[in-house]
Design a protein around this ligand. Sequence first.
Ligand SMILES: Nc1nc2c(ncn2[C@@H]2O[C@H](COP(=O)(O)OP(=O)(O)O)[C@@H](O)[C@H]2O)c(=O)[nH]1
Ligand SMILES: *[C@@H]1O[C@H](CO)[C@@H](O)[C@H](O)[C@H]1NC(C)=O
Ligand SMILES: *[C@@H]1O[C@H](CO)[C@@H](O)[C@H](O)[C@H]1NC(C)=O
Ligand SMILES: [Mg+2]
Length: 388
Amino acid sequence: MAGTQRYLRYIIFALVCLILLFFISSSSVPSRPWQEGKPQDVQPGTPPITPNTQHELPPATAPGERMNATFVTLARNSDIWEISRSIRQVEDRFNRKFNYDWVFLNDDDFNDEFIKVTTSLVSGKTKYGKIPKEHWSFPEFIDQDRAARVREEMKEKKIIYGDSISYRHMCRYESGFFFRHPLMLDYEWYWRVEPSIELFCDINYDTFKFMADNKKKYSFVLSLYEYVETIPTLWDAVKNFTAAHPEHIVKDNSMAFLSDDDGKNYNHCHFWSNFEIGNLNWLRSPAYIDYFTSLDHAGGFFYERWGDAPVHSIAAALMLRKDEIHFFNDIAYYHVPFTHCPTGESTRLNLKCHCNPKDNFDWNGYSCTNRYFDINGMTKPEGYEKEQ
Ligand SMILES: Nc1nc2c(ncn2[C@@H]2O[C@H](COP(=O)(O)OP(=O)(O)O)[C@@H](O)[C@H]2O)c(=O)[nH]1
Ligand SMILES: *[C@@H]1O[C@H](CO)[C@@H](O)[C@H](O)[C@H]1NC(C)=O
Ligand SMILES: *[C@@H]1O[C@H](CO)[C@@H](O)[C@H](O)[C@H]1NC(C)=O
Ligand SMILES: [Mg+2]
């Protein structure tokens, strides 16, 4: 009996030793290295190289045809890091699946660094264009002394960009010329992207195809009231245009979005144009060109400080049918200082959104989106009352 016990104790002791040995040896010598390379080659003092060396995520390209479409950005070389942030978000949330081209426009030459960095970020083709001088300068019919006096006055009144010449050229260019740039003539659809914007939700379908399939020509995500001091005579200029060209005003238009008294006065509502998905052939149509030319000659781009947002919006509201304008609730967007975060929790969860619903501007009193829903007889998204 005593002999058997001794034997058992001996066997258990030997087993425990064997198991311990096995663990010690297997933990010090990995049976299958998880990383290629020889750790013993690393020099003392040099940080180890992380295995994050794959240059691309697995392809996640959406199948099917592509539309005749491009992104478009107006930028300076100094905007490089701000536009890179925007591109990265557009790529991650949308374009890595669709690989649309991207056109960059500048009144100066783009430098090598701007071209190198943006080309590396965009999954489609990139194209770089210089704006012709005659599209970024004072037209001969503008009295430059008068324009200079206005800038002084606006500076004293502390109107944002009130004393800036380049901002005025920018607004005029976005109003009347970007869609006629030779690089843009190759396309039918555009999506405008500015520096430092954010996209908060996945976009898992082709927005350009959506526009085409649903006969949309212009779209927006944020709307608001324009700063009156920048456009005192814009509405008069619009009325002069509509009187001279009644043929360009369509019947089922959105005048009620712009005016509370059937066109007598402008209520200053406009779609925010730093985000736009739209149809370039519409902007290149005789109706829009006549409209822009008429406003341009009225001089308000320089004698006031007309923005391209009210200029585009008034055109869309009067020269497109109501049902040709689209509001993208599902495109979550930020441009300082406003956020459009989709109304409706299920939308936000399905699209993996990371915006705070409390930041949504849509149902705020300074937004015109409520009015947009009303004049179109649209039902507001579920949960909107809670956001007012
Ligand atoms: N090339 C060029 N782009 C400009 C100039 N001024 C503004 N932009 C671009 O025009 C767009 C609107 O300008 P931004 O400064 O964002 O104006 P804000 O959004 O109204 O405050 C942006 O895409 C800018 O990069 C300029 O002088 N030259
Ligand atoms: C794209 O649209 C532009 C403008 O309508 C047109 O000139 C061009 O031929 C189109 N390209 C293709 C490939 O359809
Ligand atoms: C509108 O037309 C009238 C008459 O030609 C002109 O006096 C006025 O300056 C114009 N308004 C604007 C803002 O262009
Ligand atoms: Mg901006």
